[in-house]
Design a protein around this ligand. Structure first.
Ligand code: HEC
Length: 112
């Protein structure tokens, strides 16, 4: 009698497991479209290639106007803390772009 009870539980348990497993198809996640992008200036494509691998452009465009040293520190952090692969040649071009486009002398960004 006792064995039948345990067996019954096992059968019900297996049945439940199979039901749940049948529902667990591939999970479809639809992300909202990316709307933020870099402002057009020489170097924007480089920034797209280098900086959008891990996060959106907003991480950059929403910063206060940063001077070259601050952008340099930011790139150093991306490299050392997060593993961004920015070569020294690329870094110089990126710094020109970031400072010229999102630096203190770049003017006000367009209203969003
Ligand atoms: C290898 C991944 C990776 C790459 C490539 C990368 N970042 Fe980041 N970045 C991160 C992570 C992780 C954060 C922090 C996210 C958080 O804290 O929510 C971050 C955050 C930032 C921030 C926000 C301020 C801060 O320091 O947290 C700025 C600005 C930034 N990144 C700039 C850049 C620029 C410019 C590039 C292109 C040269 C770049 N990132 C490329 C990983 C990366």
């Amino acid at each position: 009698m006792k064995t039948t009870g345990i067996l019954g539980c096992a059968v019900v348990g297996l049945g439940l497991f199979l039901k749940v497993a049948a529902f667990a198809g591939p999970l479809k996640i639809v992300l909202p479209p990316e709307t933020a992008s870099f402002r057009a200036n020489p170097g924007a494509e480089l920034a797209m290639a280098q900086c959008l691998q891990c996060h959106s452009a907003e991480y950059i465009t929403s910063q206060p106007p940063l001077g070259r040293d601050a952008w340099k520190a930011s790139l150093a952090k991306m490299r050392s803390k997060y593993g961004a692969a920015v070569s020294p040649e690329t870094e110089a071009l990126l710094l020109d772009y970031l400072t010229g486009t999102y630096g203190p002398s770049a003017g006000q960004p367009p209203q969003r």
